[in-house]
Design a protein around this ligand. Structure first.
Ligand SMILES: *Cc1c(COP(=O)(O)O)cnc(C)c1O
Length: 428
């Protein structure tokens, strides 16, 4: 399978090159040159298939012959080593829990899949690749855990000092081996700027830098699996299906739309955002106007210029009529989010964290327009990851899950840096 740059359709590369480079040299995101629907027998029999069998069928065409069947199946098995339950919250409303992985964030799947693809491509090489990533919290933990011990890959994670939670910091700083955490005296944007600068720095060429955020196709594509797992569990209701994704960089929902392109019967998508409403505004005005991000309680979605939106525009041929047929986007502020968390808990006892609650609100709005439907929102993090919000809003005390407990007692190791020179000195 080839991938072209969204800045230049004539520039196309293999799956391997797209994974290793992350972004094309012209700064364009990679996009698959062909998208082929799966046979109807696959959808007819999906209830009989295991998660691993579904994932293999879904991802195979996008990898092509660049990873042999047995190796790809092994990568999938290691990626999907936990469950994805669809939990009933209200009549016809379900939560697809994506947080049962090692770091309790949905980014575990993408990080695990990407790391193992890189490991496979490095299997016979002495050349080391350095994954450089800036995190505002959740990404870093998932990348650290996903890449731990992968051959030929060094991981360097930059995080803003004092701006991530204690749990998140421990997930980044306690693993050791090939994972190094750099504590940056600054905010997330400073970390992000340093990473961007490093990618353009000729004096760091020899480090073979690559990124591990959702612009990388190996992190983006495996997110399709979630939508198939939801359909597999909800098919028996025989109703049109609405899926609502709490969206920040729009990688997750973009994978859902690709899943629909290969035939998955999803009737409608909702991209639910917090106060960062660039996409909801686009659907109203028809103009895409990125803006600086504003901080919210669902901070993993504080994105003012969603990097994957350009892929969604590609799939809808940037045509508002096509967009509106199966895509809506709604925005919610922190007060509405907290009210939703409270009301969900009061009515069903279900504990939603702020990102999931935003997804729930978007879902309910769309379902009110289409009462004959069934709906699922993606719950993208375990409530414990956002306990600073969940505990006071719901007035409860959350038990600590074992995945989190295991990092709490460990000692933090990080290197403090204050500017780009610090990063460069560390890398060289
Ligand atoms: C990253 C993240 C999101 C947003 O996902 P995108 O693919 O960037 O839209 C939502 N919730 C949580 C908890 C996240 O970590």
């Amino acid at each position: 399978m080839n991938y072209y740059s969204l800045n230049n359709k004539n520039h196309s590369v293999s799956f391997q090159e797209a994974v290793v480079q992350g972004l094309a040299a012209d700064r364009g995101l990679y996009f698959p040159s062909e998208i082929n629907p799966l046979p109807s027998t696959f959808y007819d029999n999906i209830e009989q298939l295991s998660h691993e069998e579904i994932a293999y069928q879904v991802i195979q065409q996008f990898v092509g012959n660049e990873i042999p069947e047995a190796d790809l199946k092994q990568i999938i098995a290691e990626t999907l080593c936990f469950d994805f339950p669809c939990v009933a919250v209200e009549e016809n409303v379900f939560s697809l829990e994506l947080y049962h992985g090692p770091t309790m964030a949905f980014k575990d799947v993408g990080a695990r899949f990407m790391s193992r693809c890189l490991g496979y491509f490095n299997r016979n090489s002495d050349k080391k690749v350095t994954v450089l990533v800036a995190t505002s919290g959740d990404t870093g933990g998932a990348v650290a855990s996903g890449f731990l011990g992968v051959k030929g890959v060094e991981v360097v994670i930059l995080y803003p000092s004092g701006k991530v939670s204690d749990i998140q910091e421990r997930q980044l700083t306690t693993l050791g081996q090939n994972i190094t955490a750099l504590e940056v005296d600054g905010v997330f944007d400073d970390c992000q700027d340093m990473v961007k600068k490093a990618f353009l720095d000729d004096s760091l060429q020899h480090k073979n830098l690559t990124s591990a955020n959702s612009i990388n196709i190996a992190r983006w594509l495996p997110q399709m699996f979630y939508f198939f797992f939801a359909y597999q569990q909800l098919k028996k209701h025989h109703k049109p299906l609405i899926v609502s994704c709490p969206s920040g960089n729009f990688g997750n929902i973009c994978a859902g739309i690709l899943a629909k392109k290969i035939g998955l019967p999803i009737d409608h998508f909702v991209a639910a955002t917090n106060a960062n409403d660039t996409v909801p505004q686009f659907l109203v005005k028809g103009i895409y106007e990125p803006k600086p991000s504003v901080p919210t309680i669902s901070n993993a979605m504080d994105v003012g210029n969603p990097s994957n939106f350009i892929r969604i525009q590609e799939m809808y041929h940037n045509d508002l009529n096509e967009f509106n047929k199966d895509f809506s986007s709604y925005t919610y502020n922190d007060e509405e989010t907290k009210a939703a968390m409270k009301s969900i808990y009061a009515h069903s006892g279900y504990i939603a964290e702020p990102h999931g609650a935003v997804g729930y609100l978007g879902l309910k709005k769309e379902m009110a327009l289409h009462p004959e439907t069934i709906g699922v929102f993606l719950e993208t993090a375990h409530p414990i990851k956002f306990l600073d919000v969940v505990e006071p809003v719901l007035d409860i005390k959350l038990p600590i899950p074992t995945q989190i407990e295991s990092v709490l007692g460990k000692e933090k190791h990080r290197i403090k840096i204050s500017n780009y020179e610090g990063l460069k000195n560390f890398l060289n």
